[in-house]
Design a protein around this ligand. Structure first.
Ligand code: KG4
Ligand code: ZN
Length: 350
């Protein structure tokens, strides 16, 4: 049965994994760089790229050793080729090219977002197409209809910040350090979600897009007023964000000719238990099945990249087996749905 080596280096996680076509993760390793970026309060691209250079090659050796395999036993080498911080993406992609060339294996250049989008099928092999996907990460906040491998229809995106970015910025305001999402979730447990009046940007607006910049500014004002405990701000922020997600999803689902049978969530923010619980309730209220990968598969990892490669091999036949050309370029931006219209007010997010 096919085994694919996956490599991920698009942000601040260096990761390698070997995954088999039946979804078994034979071996995986992941190194976060939090300690290196924490002093700067955010990911520094140059530091990230250098850390990937130091860590990736020995990590790949380790996962191959752990699985008792060599590269020649792999069906392909899959690496994130974008979107992401270009220096880091290049480290992973160039490494994959060298390994593919040396072992005469095909190279699969994977869209990082496709890794997130297909990760629910790695977690649950029974999940079939189509499904509605809420992709919430540090760089993206999108609602997508996943029709098949390689066929993604974007229904909504953010016009300013991604949701993970909003969590991180709010955490920074509250002095929770970096990365902020998990710390903010923990603090929110001690607060009241109704304590601080915060806006729900775009709630009720006619297109299902997202906006979080105004919410973050309101958090800054609430914090600066000195009138609220940090835990109450954290809990109220999280609730406002969840209310926005549910309102926008409601609109997106209602606009589909036919609702898909399942709602799934993926990306780093999908690790958040309050977000997962709210989405589960929403799905059940709308007669949809609900799927969420385990938290370790939600945040950046290489198993999802290997899995996206396996999905391509399974779906694409001979053409997919030939792999991508060895001169394929790393891409800082790479939308999953190239046909999606640009959104008024949207920044440069893919
Ligand atoms: O998918 P991911 O690992 O990287 C990107 O592709 O962006 O997502 C990282 C984002 C960060 O903004 C992080 O704060 C957020 O996901 N995150 C969380 C939680 N765990 C990670 N946000 C809220 N609650 C969490 N438990
Ligand atoms: Zn990601």
């Amino acid at each position: 049965m096919d085994v694919v080596l996956g490599i991920e280096s698009s942000c601040d996680e260096t990761a390698a994994a070997l995954v088999r076509a039946d979804g078994t993760v034979l071996a995986q390793a992941i190194a976060s760089q939090d300690d290196r970026h924490a002093p700067f309060g955010g990911v520094v691209p140059e530091i990230a790229a250098r850390a990937h250079v130091e860590r990736l090659a020995p990590m790949i050796d380790r996962v191959l050793d752990e699985a008792g395999m060599t590269l020649s036993g792999c069906a392909a080498v899959a690496a994130t080729a974008g979107p992401g911080l270009i220096g880091g993406v290049m480290v992973g992609l160039v490494t994959a090219k060298a390994l593919a060339m040396a072992s005469d294996r095909p190279l699969l250049a994977i869209n990082h977002l496709e890794g997130h989008a297909l990760s629910p099928r790695l977690a649950d092999p029974r999940l079939g197409f189509p499904y509605l996907l809420l992709l919430v990460s540090g760089g993206h906040c999108q609602i997508l209809l996943v029709e098949d491998v390689g066929r993604y229809r974007r229904l909504a995106t953010t016009i300013d910040d991604a949701l993970g970015e909003a969590f991180d910025k709010t955490a920074k305001v509250l002095g929770l350090g970096f990365p902020g999402g998990p710390a903010l979730e923990r603090l929110a447990l001690a607060g009241s979600p109704q304590a601080v009046p915060l806006p729900r940007p775009l709630l009720g607006s006619p297109e299902p897009h997202f906006s979080f910049a105004g919410l973050k500014s309101a958090v800054v004002r609430a914090h600066d007023s000195g009138a609220h405990a940090a835990a109450d701000i954290a809990a109220s922020f999280q609730q406002a964000a969840i209310d926005c997600l549910l309102d926008r999803l409601e609109l997106a689902v209602g606009r589909l000719d036919q609702a898909p049978p399942a709602l799934v969530v993926a990306g780093g923010v999908a690790a958040n238990a309050a977000v997962r619980a709210a989405l589960l309730r929403f799905a059940h209220a709308h007669g949809l099945a609900f799927g969420a990968p385990p938290p370790a598969l939600c945040t950046d990892n290489a198993a999802m990249i290997a899995w996206a490669g396996l999905e391509r091999l399974a779906a694409g036949g001979a053409a997919a087996r030939a792999g991508d050309a060895l001169d394929v370029a790393a891409r800082p931006r790479w939308p999953l749905d190239p046909g999606a219209e640009a959104v008024r007010g949207a920044g440069v997010k893919a």
